[in-house]
Design a protein around this ligand. Structure first.
Ligand code: KMH
Ligand code: ZN
Length: 280
């Protein structure tokens, strides 16, 4: 399955608003519909955040439960990954609300960084606590890495036994305050992984598609979606997540690799049928 490429769609995030793009989904129904559209376009994993109906970020279990149930009721077998990052300023307790029944993966942010004009706080005790909860719930962790020092935290977590197998890395490049989306940075990070792991890249804003192309060339996977980038071309808003997924799928095809189905993504990422426990 070495040539299979996983496309993840980050459908909404916590920051982007409908004032910036009318395509941003807010309600659980809209987020589920956007997720199913992304899956139909070729995404095998969806990265989920939730919102209150007025657009404010939410990590409420009730919202996540409704999104997950609606995705499954629509007949989609997409891999469901829930954010434990939430939004800047949320407490760890609040952030952990997303780990509901039906989630298969969860993000684990490996450090504190400036996030635009704000600070996204992930102290080492916070990370250990979130990693513990992900492990308890039988979910597969995706470690979010925004800066080189976070690879040292990854190494430390592994040495101390805080991070269970399987885990998977995501390099998030282009957040103002983190490493930028350059070839040099991605190669440096991939070479610095403590041991071989599956990895993917989320290029933020204009870095989205160049990083997707580079990742595909280097053997990595790809994340796109409105959480990371609103545009399909300079000054042209995407009509929906599915347009960004379609652009990523075209790049997978152009790279000579094949698109992983959700079942293949589960096999690659070590998400076992029946292994992921119900969480409530
Ligand atoms: N909203 C960002 C502050 C994650 O999903 O785990 C954090 C974030 C990362 O989006
Ligand atoms: Zn996110």
């Amino acid at each position: 399955m070495g040539d299979r490429a996983i496309v993840t769609c980050a459908v909404v995030g916590a920051e982007v608003t409908r004032e910036q793009s009318p395509a941003i989904p807010y309600t659980p129904e809209e987020i589920a519909r956007a997720s199913v559209a992304a899956w139909r376009a070729g995404a095998s994993v969806v990265h989920l955040h939730a919102r209150h109906p007025d657009g404010r970020p939410s990590q409420s279990a009730e919202h996540f439960r409704e999104i997950v149930d609606r995705i499954r009721s629509a007949g989609s077998d997409v891999v469901i990954q829930c954010s434990t990052g939430g939004a800047v300023g949320m407490s760890v307790d609040e952030r952990l609300g997303s780990l509901v029944a039906g989630a298969e993966m969860a993000t684990l942010n490996l450090g504190t960084l400036n996030f635009g004009d704000q600070v996204f706080v992930n102290s080492r005790p916070d990370i250990v606590r979130i990693a513990g909860r992900i492990r308890e719930k039988g979910l597969v962790a995706e470690c979010e890495i925004y800066d080189a020092g976070m690879l040292e935290t990854l190494r430390w977590l592994r040495e101390k036994g805080h991070l269970a197998e399987p885990y998977h890395l995501q390099f998030v490049l282009g957040v103002p305050g983190g490493m930028s989306g350059t070839e040099r940075n991605l190669r440096f990070l991939v070479e610095g992984m403590p041991e071989p792991a599956h990895w993917t890249v989320a290029g933020i804003g204009r870095f989205e598609m160049p990083m997707a192309e580079l990742s595909l060339k280097m053997g990595g996977h790809v994340r796109v979606g409105l959480e990371d980038n609103l545009h399909v071309a300079k000054g042209v808003l995407a009509k929906g997540n599915e347009e960004l997924v379609a652009a990523a799928v075209a790049r997978v095809q152009a790279s000579g690799r094949s698109l992983a189905t959700p079942a293949e993504a589960r096999a690659i990422l070590g998400i076992g049928i029946g292994k992921t426990r119900r969480t409530e």
